[in-house]
Ligand binder design. Structure first.
Ligand SMILES: N[C@@H](CCC(=O)N[C@@H](CS)C(=O)NCC(=O)O)C(=O)O
Length: 201
């Protein structure tokens, strides 16, 4: 397998993290903003939706979308609940991550950290993302206040998926995690999983 991987991106990191937790290996092709490799991967048709990550299977099949890749790699492992309702609950969190969480938490981090996004980092936009993103972190906090993992009694793809941009919400996104103790304890639980690798590993 080959992973078209953006080293700085949480969407790519969640795939690298799951690969490590499962003890799987993929050759990494790093495609970072501004790098020739990103333009080349697009020109070669390796990024069907124009974005990383993309998993290239041994037969050349290209699988885009980070959460679809997690589902593919996670199938048949303990990271996917066998129970139908918990499976659907896992997907609820993963859809929410893409349609809510990423659009606030990851976007604020992108505006603050990527030079090509700087022009969009207006004080109004940053303030709006701080307020709306903190409300999303509160949803996670409330949920995790009474449980160790997002779904059922065990770690699932939902945790891996949401960990990616949540664990850098403070360092990159400027969110204050102090008011979210259950969320911080959950971040530590994910980081303690056997095989865990960090974003910069
Ligand atoms: N929904 C997609 C989002 C992927 C995405 O936005 N990737 C960005 C980096 S985080 C990218 O590859 N950008 C390259 C570009 O826009 O040229 C996923 O979860 O995989």
């Amino acid at each position: 397998m080959r992973l078209f991987n953006m080293p700085s991106s949480g969407n790519s990191y969640k795939v690298r993290l799951l690969l490590a937790l499962l003890g799987l290996k993929a050759d990494l092709i790093d495609v970072e903003y501004g790098w020739e490799t990103l333009a080349q991967a697009k020109a070669d048709g390796k990024l069907p939706f124009g974005k990383a990550p993309v998993l290239e299977l041994e037969d050349g099949t290209l699988l885009p979308e980070s959460n679809a890749i997690l589902c593919y790699l996670g199938q048949g492992t303990p990271f996917v609940p066998a129970d139908a309702l918990n499976h659907a609950r896992m997907l609820s969190w993963m859809f929410w991550e893409q349609n809510q969480h990423e659009g606030m938490i990851a976007v604020r981090a992108a505006l603050l950290n990527y030079p090509h996004r700087k022009a969009q980092a207006t004080p109004d936009r940053l303030a709006e993302l701080l307020t709306s993103g903190s409300a999303l972190l509160q949803i996670m906090e409330d949920h995790l206040a009474t449980r160790d993992w997002l779904v059922g009694g065990d770690v699932s793809l939902a945790d891996i998926c949401l960990y990616a941009y949540t664990h850098t919400a403070e360092s990159r996104g400027g969110y204050d995690l102090a008011p979210f103790p259950a969320l911080r304890a959950w971040l530590k639980r994910v980081a303690a999983l056997p095989g865990y690798v960090g974003l910069d590993a």
